[in-house]
Structures are given as C-alpha cells and as structure tokens.
Design a protein around this ligand. Structure first.
Ligand code: PRP
Ligand code: HPA
Length: 175
C-alpha cells in the first residue's frame, strides 16, 4: 500500500552520471540496509501476492537475489537464480536482449522448475523491461508458470510495463 511506497521513496538515492554520463541511477541500497524497511518491503510483497499464490521464487542477478531469498525464506518455498551468461554450471536455457549499447544474455538451469510450478519473479528495478521480458520467457521455457513479477521500483518514463503488456507486473513504487 501507500506506506510501503513511501518507505521505498524515502530510502532511495539518486546517483547522477552512473553508470555513465547523463543517467541518474536509482540506488536502493539504503532500503536494503535498513532492517525494518527491508522486512516491511518483503512482507509487503508477500501480502500483495498472498503466500499461497506461488510455489517457487526466482531472483534476477544481482539485487533480485536478495529479495528472492528473503521471500523464499519467509514463505518456505525454494529460490531459483536467473543469472548473467556463463555463471550457471549445468545445461541452461538462455535469452538475449538489447541494451542501450550491445546485448546481454540471461540464463536459467533447464531443470530449475518443477513442471507447472507457479513462479514469483523478483527484481529491484524495472527500467526498459528487457531484463524482465527475457526472464519471464526463460521461466516459461524452463517449465514454470509466471505467477507474478514484482519490483520495488518502476521507472515509468522508460515504459518497461508496455513491453510486458501481457504480464502481471507489480511495482511497490513507480516514479
Ligand atoms: C538492473 C536492475 C534490473 C535491470 C533493469 O540490473 O537490477 O535487473 O537492470 O533494467 P531493464 O529493465 O532496462 O532491463 P543490472 O543490469 O544493473 O545488473 P546487476 O544487478 O547485476 O548490477
Ligand atoms: N537503478 C537500478 N537499476 C537499474 C536502474 C537504476 O536506475 N536503471 C536500470 N537498472
């Protein structure tokens, strides 16, 4: 609700010219570092979806791992990492997507999900949506069903949500 949105807004720093000139990077590390606020956002994510609405949680490297692990622990489900190319040791599905310059690739283990398991996907920020689009495709290719996709912060001006038009996207705060 509005309290959680306010919490995210109050624990977020604007970093000019990171990672390159002209970009204002939204840094959520102050939120992660505040134990009361971190627990409140994790509880907020679980309350929004309902703890019986998913069977597994997937986290997107790297900050999504932190969120996914906390939600998994709190609800007693398992956690699956969606990783940058070349990090996972066994057979993977991979999905490439365009960045502003060049390309990035994400991977998930082919056996990561029990068939039909409902997967809640978590990340810190939704920007252009390329990362999310690739991840949600990977979850389905690996046999999961996307139960939801939640981020702490959506950068509305980058229109990532449009790119994910057919998907259940939830943001605790949109700027
Ligand atoms: C950031 C963020 C999301 C992604 C969003 O990760 O944590 O995963 O970018 O951008 P998009 O919507 O435009 O695809 P980053 O690539 O910085 O990776 P990191 O967490 O490993 O540093
Ligand atoms: N902050 C964190 N992650 C991001 C951002 C940002 O501003 N833009 C794209 N990914």
């Amino acid at each position: 609700g509005p309290e959680v949105a306010q919490l995210v807004a109050s624990r977020l720093l604007d970093v000019p010219d990171f990672p390159k000139p002209g970009v204002v990077f939204k840094d959520l590390m102050p939120l992660f570092a505040d134990g009361v606020a971190f627990r409140a956002v994790i509880d907020g994510i679980i309350a929004y979806h309902g703890r019986d609405s998913f069977d597994t949680v997937a986290g997107i490297e790297a900050r999504g791992f932190v969120l996914a692990a906390a939600v998994a622990y709190a609800t007693g489900v398992g956690v699956v990492p969606v990783r940058k190319a070349g990090k996972l040791p066994r057979a993977t599905h991979s999905a490439s997507y365009a960045l502003e310059y060049g390309e990035a690739t994400l991977e998930v283990h082919q056996d990561a999900f029990t068939a039909g398991h409902r997967v809640l996907v978590l990340d810190d920020v939704l920007a252009t949506g390329g990362t999310a689009e690739a991840t949600l495709d990977l979850v389905e290719r690996a046999g999961g069903t996307v139960a939801g996709f939640t981020v702490l912060l959506e950068l509305g001006f980058l229109a990532g949500r449009q790119r994910l038009a057919q998907r259940p996207v939830h943001a605790l705060l949109t700027v």
